[in-house]
Ligand binder design. Structure first.
Ligand code: APR
Ligand code: ZN
Length: 263
């Protein structure tokens, strides 16, 4: 690990007053949840073109495919435990300087790790609930999937309006929750430090958040295994596994804080 980059990032973290953390699937791979675009990731097992919102709406056979995909990916998410990178984000919130934790992840691991629900912005929804696409009714996930298992249903419909039920995640082609997205961008523009952890930064509009933060005057830190299209805009790139990198960053930050407190 590049210790100079780590020390620079730790100094930025010590000096920041308004921090935003932005995470992608790469923060959860060490918890046993595959990401999307790394070798062996989800998009190498399923064709994303078959899993769009438009396809889901168009025909029962796509709704059946989507539910099969969703139910296959759920158990690792249900059983996963937060890793050191999630714990590092909790520690950042405990400094009292976290404005927002914006995540593209649907696995709920930031909540499980202990971050405050009112700080978390789930841009791509959550697997923990099921919603009706027509009347927006919502249920805890298990209530619907248990019913599906009990009654041998492969494609559930809304008991209120007959509309199609889908897990409350945002599929390609589906609009993101406008209020969540808008607030996420407001926080990104207001922060003085924007930390991206485990994202390929290829999916819009979320991938524009770091640049918006930079335009607002923030410093940018990226903790990621692979290169992204935005590496050139980052003030510090911490290449490596999120758990190790974020653990080392927080250790360095505690050292610097100790120096501050000792003064
Ligand atoms: N530590 C650090 N980085 C990692 C690790 C790890 N242990 N594992 C994977 N990564 C990095 C990869 O190098 C990659 O750049 O995390 C990134 C994951 O990228 P994607 O798989 O594209 O995931 P993400 O950026 O979250 O995708 C955004 O795309 O398909 C949609 O809705 C889906 O929310 C998702 C969105
Ligand atoms: Zn309904």
């Amino acid at each position: 690990m590049d210790t100079d980059a780590l020390k620079t990032a730790a100094r930025m973290l010590r000096d920041a007053r308004r921090i935003v953390v932005f995470t992608g699937a790469g923060i959860s791979t060490e918890s046993g949840i595959p990401d999307f675009r790394s070798p062996g990731g989800i998009w190498s097992q399923y064709n994303p073109d078959d899993l769009t919102y438009q396809k889901f709406r168009s025909h029962e056979r796509y709704r059946k495919l989507y539910w099969e995909y969703d139910r296959a990916r759920y158990p690792p998410m249900r059983d996963a435990m937060p890793n050191a990178a999630h714990q590092a984000v909790v520690e950042i919130e405990k400094t009292g300087r976290l404005l927002a934790l914006i995540t593209q992840n649907i696995d709920g691991l930031h909540l499980k790790a202990g971050n405050s629900p009112d700080k978390i912005y789930e841009l791509h929804g959550t697997v923990r609930e099921v919603t009706c696409l027509d009347c927006n009714a919502r249920w805890p996930r298990e209530e619907i999937t248990d019913m599906m298992d009990r009654e041998g249903i492969e494609v559930p419909h809304c008991p209120h309006c007959g509309g199609p039920l889908k897990c409350a995640t945002i599929a390609f082609g589906q609009s993101l929750p406008a209020d969540v997205l808008q607030e996420a961008f407001v926080h990104a523009r207001a922060c003085d430090l924007f930390i991206t952890i485990g994202s390929s930064l290829v999916v819009q509009p979320a991938c524009f958040l770091p640049l918006d933060a930079k335009r607002g005057g923030a410093s940018l830190i990226l903790a990621n295994l692979d290169a992204t299209p935005y590496d050139q805009y980052m003030d510090v790139v911490l290449k490596g596994k999120a758990g190790e990198v974020m653990d080392a960053l927080m250790k360095q930050h505690r050292l610097l804080q100790g120096e501050v407190d000792a003064r």
